[in-house]
Design a protein around this ligand. Structure first.
Ligand code: FES
Length: 103
């Protein structure tokens, strides 16, 4: 059964930043943009590099290793060299917490 689970305090991820969290052994990058939070599998689909080391620009994350970009909402690749999407998760802000839906 899928359910939202708290993975971080909102204050740990100020707007414009990212944070890697681990949930059930899965590394997830939280990205806070404006009043929204996004959650993606924290691994570039090009060469398994942590996206949380990259840069947030608008609604996209840029991989620090070779510059691939991914849409935060859908995980779709927006710039080479990545061609495969990153897995995304439903995320929400609940009071002072960030929650991600798993399962
Ligand atoms: S590992 Fe991310 S672009 Fe190459």
């Amino acid at each position: 059964m899928s359910e939202f689970r708290t993975v971080a305090r909102l204050e740990a991820v100020p707007s414009g930043t990212m944070l890697q969290v681990e949930l059930d052994g899965e590394k997830i990058v939280l990205a806070h943009v404006g009043d929204r939070v996004f959650a993606l599998h924290d691994e570039c689909t090009h060469e398994e590099f942590a996206l949380s080391s990259g840069e947030l620009v608008g609604g996209q994350v840029t991989c620090a290793l070779h510059g691939a970009r991914f849409d935060l909402e859908t995980g779709a690749p927006r710039a080479l060299p990545a061609v495969k999407p990153v897995r995304t998760y439903e995320a929400r802000i609940e009071g002072e917490d960030i929650q991600v839906k798993v399962g």
